[in-house]
Design a protein around this ligand. Sequence first.
Ligand SMILES: [Zn+2]
Length: 394
Amino acid sequence: MKKLVLIILLFAGILGVHTAYGRQIRIDTKLPAGNIIVEKMIGDTVYVKPDLRDTEGDWFYWAMRVRGAQGKTLTFKFPHACVGVRGAVVSKDHGKTFFFAGNENRYWYSFTFTFGPKDRDVFFYECHPYLLADWERFAKSLDKNYFREDVLCLSKEGKKVPFATIASQDVDYKHRVVISARHHCSETIASFVMEGIAKGFMANDDTGRWLRDNVELSLVPFIDYDGAQRGDQGKNRKPHDHNRDYTDFLYPETKALTELWMDKKPEIILDLHCPWIYGELNNEHVYSPLGDPTITPDAKAEDRFFHLVEAEAKGLPYKVSGNIPFGTNWNTNQNYAQGLSSLQWARLNASGAKVCCCFEIPFANASGTEVNPESAREFGEGLAAAIADYFRGN
Ligand SMILES: [Zn+2]
């Protein structure tokens, strides 16, 4: 293959490179939730890294657009582990559809991609993106007799942070559930699970009908709203991230979520997350990091709920035995030194809440099953069924 000759390099981290035969390869962040710094290109190897912005230490979210590379094979090299278990997530149609590039020519620190003759403009992501437009598209598809959209609060940037309820107008609900996602904005798989839960509540089947008649569901799809739209890492944001903000309340969304809990008095509070990028021990199976038993409001109720989730799990496998007990692994008090997490605050303060738990849903691999938008949504539908079982006393 002809070697690429570098004429122009590095303009604010965005690369434009003329090849020996005049074509220009351009790499930029002009895609939804874009995030990349291009350092240099040597031959067919592009040295890139995630734009950490205000993150303390390294993190692995990135998203880039590559144009003008049709017919070429390029290797993208990162300074640390940034390539997921099934390879980069690729879109050749400007974000309409996505696929995993796969494991061939993939290492944790790099991947090689062969651009087809028509691949003039390709999006690459660390994980499947999910922004406001995705939420709005989903919201539009739901029956407005039950699905109501509202505003939780204004974000730091003054944007309306969405909040939605699934409930009938004329029912005085006994059971309430509040579910949040994206405390860490780059943990996008959480959003597909949330869609699945909503889908389960809206389904035209026995479970869906029972849920709509008996349980009021509140959904907060973006706790770090601005970060999710900008393509920030979110995790380990300085001085602390959104899920360590329940002591200081620096971010409007966290305060608003506590007010929602106080207003709704939900019996079940769920918070959806994704773990680290890879590693079979903690990052490639669905699990819940269990709360400190001294502040867990009702350990029996929580344990019953986990078993129902295991029984109803679909799309992605989940086993109660995979949960991480408090005091083990990363799940220790030390992990919360910067401030209370959302669930710690809920366990201490949300009266009436019996089940306050988090699910960690991997980015690409869950015990051997591929994690993608479809399987994550399906897992969410199983969670909805478990919520129905819980309240029905099954
Ligand atoms: Zn998280």
